[in-house]
Design a protein around this ligand. Structure first.
Ligand code: F0G
Length: 362
């Protein structure tokens, strides 16, 4: 049985470090650099799940409600808290946008300088605005994410700067708490857990989280991990790096994931899979989530849902009754341009009652 968490004196959630401190590499001396991330909703699908063939109980772990709007906050609270504990002055990351937003926010909260390298022209405006307003030094590199990460590794290996990409072990320690929350909410582990794969940190972190709860006897099973990469950025599916990754889901536009081997292990040990979803399938799931479930996510976040729909239609879940959780990794407001691009323009009207009543066919 999953455990019950305590809450703070005023009944308020205290952030993932404090809530899960006995399962994280922290001590009382670790500064609580927190924006009260975590405690995100596990939403029962009202439309997509019931519409799938088979008996599938579908849930969405909606990470868009984290303080900076993505799951990265869970890892960043840990990475920046440990950096601060160890006396660091400056953090650095490469990012497709969300990591940089979280790194900038948590570094600001900790009083640390933050530097982010991003692929020029491929970061959604919401994310760029976050890194800038939180005071990070933002450098737009004429290259892709993989080029940015190579530079960050080189710099953080040789200068007194702390790397806060998911190669930083504390990042995944923080991110594994999402798996704890799923188990705490359901009272058991799901049968399947689906999510988008970019740098391959999150799928690894979830697997570690599920394994830890399982080993502690808090749940009696572990899910099969289902990872989905965009068609033009699917190195793990092809078994080799992609030199020029391309997808509308810019968050997962990555050709050589840093956590490749850990993620491959997670998939293998869990008897899961990594598959491709096309940009069209991602956008269809993105629209459907918004228009039928009322959940606005950024395009990459819909990749797991697109993948589950595809597998269900192929009969993958057969006639068993299964529980499937999809992580919706980031908020739709991160990338409003994409939403506006794919829907018809709003109608215009004069400030006239009759005209509007007529337009509405009332
Ligand atoms: N979904 C979103 C919204 C993301 O921002 C990312 C990764 C992923 C999924 C994939 O997670 O990398 O752990 O496999 N974004 C990173 C960034 C790369 O820089 O923000 P992953």
């Amino acid at each position: 049985m999953a455990r019950n968490l305590t809450v703070g004196p005023a009944g308020q959630w205290r952030g993932v470090i404090e809530e899960y401190k006995d399962l994280l590499p922290v001590s009382d001396k670790t500064p609580r650099v927190t924006l009260l991330e975590g405690d995100t909703p596990l939403i029962t699908s009202q439309s997509i799940g019931p519409g799938l063939p088979g008996t599938i109980k579908l849930y969405f772990k909606y990470e868009g409600t984290n303080p900076t709007g993505s799951f990265k906050d869970r890892g960043m609270t840990m990475a920046v808290a440990k950096a601060k504990e160890e006396g660091a002055q400056m953090t650095m990351c490469a990012s497709t946008g969300n990591t940089s937003a979280a790194a900038a926010a948590y570094s600001a909260a900790a009083g640390l300088r933050s530097v982010v390298l991003i692929p020029d022209g491929y970061v959604a405006l919401g994310k760029l605005s976050q890194a800038l307003i939180h005071g990070a030094r933002v450098i737009q590199v004429a290259g892709n994410f993989d080029d940015c990460l190579d530079l960050v590794r080189e710099i953080t290996d040789n200068y007194p700067v702390t790397l806060v990409n998911s190669l930083n072990p504390y990042r995944l320690e923080g991110q594994k708490t999402a798996a704890f929350e799923v188990c705490d909410a359901l009272g058991h582990a799901p049968d399947f857990h689906a999510l988008p794969v970019g740098n391959a940190g999150n799928i690894t972190a979830y697997w570690w989280g599920y394994c830890e709860y399982y080993e502690k006897g808090l749940v009696d099973s572990r899910p099969r991990m289902l990872g989905f990469q965009a068609e033009g950025a699917a190195p793990m599916v092809h078994g080799e790096p992609v030199a020029n990754p391309e997808t509308i889901a810019t968050a997962i536009r990555i050709g050589n994931p840093a956590r490749w081997s850990d993620a491959a292990e997670a998939v293998e040990e869990s008897h899961g899979l990594i598959q491709i979803v096309t940009d069209e399938e991602i956008l269809a799931a993105y629209s459907e989530l918004a228009s039928t479930e009322g959940i606005f996510v950024e395009p990459a976040s819909a990749a797991g849902v697109a993948g589950v729909k595809k597998l269900a239609q192929q009969g993958f879940f057969a006639d068993e009754s299964v529980t499937v959780v999809c992580t919706l990794t980031g908020h739709g407001l991160k990338d409003p341009d994409r939403a506006v691009d794919i829907v018809p323009e709003p109608d215009k009207a004069p400030p006239d009652l009759q005209t509007i009543v007529q337009m509405l066919g009332l």
